[in-house]
Ligand binder design. Sequence first.
Ligand code: CA
Length: 254
Amino acid sequence: MNLHIPYATDILRFLHRHHYTSVVPKAALIDMDGTLYDSMKNHTAAWYRLISELGIPCTREEFYLYEGRTGTATINLLFNRHLGHEADPEEALRLYKRKTEYFAELPRVEPMAGAQEMTRILRDAGITRVLVTGSGQSSVISRLNEDYPGIFADDLRVTSHNVTHGKPHPEPFIKAMQMARVSPSQCIVVENAPLGVEAGDRAGAFTIGVTTGPIPPAALEEAGAAVVFPSMPAFAQALPTLLLSLLTVHDIPS
Ligand code: CA
């Protein structure tokens, strides 16, 4: 019946899995690094510099996989692996501060190609936008108003400063739903990394994975993405159709 509608298979699979009859998007919960900004190269470089300086063996690539964690969670993961214990909380804060300084020394990050168009489409469709990041990197957060004018209200931003648990815990997205006063089946999540996708799906939202770096699409599917797009421009182009399909495809409860 519904199957000739674009994305119907993906939408129905999501509805079955979460026991929803429909998704009626009223809010879009949007990740920042690797989604709104082409910033992951700089983040991985800054992390690699910090952790290598501590004498802890690591690879630059592994930091792509930690994307979404809070700074403290990433530091503790590496401390546990190499030293067998977590960092002292004050030391973790000091180290994360140094990481943000290394990041700020790198060339300015640019908005992700296609992301400004994506957010304008959401705005024009009357969908509330909420920023959901594990980052406390003020050098990027402070640029949102300039690069995404009129897109993110000041009181609709979840950052490392207002969550206890970072992604893959669902808390950041649940907090975003509370801020926007919407239920999980009234949300879409836009994410580029497996831990973020996992958090969005665990929060019950229709989670869209967009590959914007070296992470393969299969990793986003495995993490629970309802649908995966190969690039941000491809997602922006498909978004009006996807939104219409979400309003059209309903599941009949068994
Ligand atoms: Ca991200």
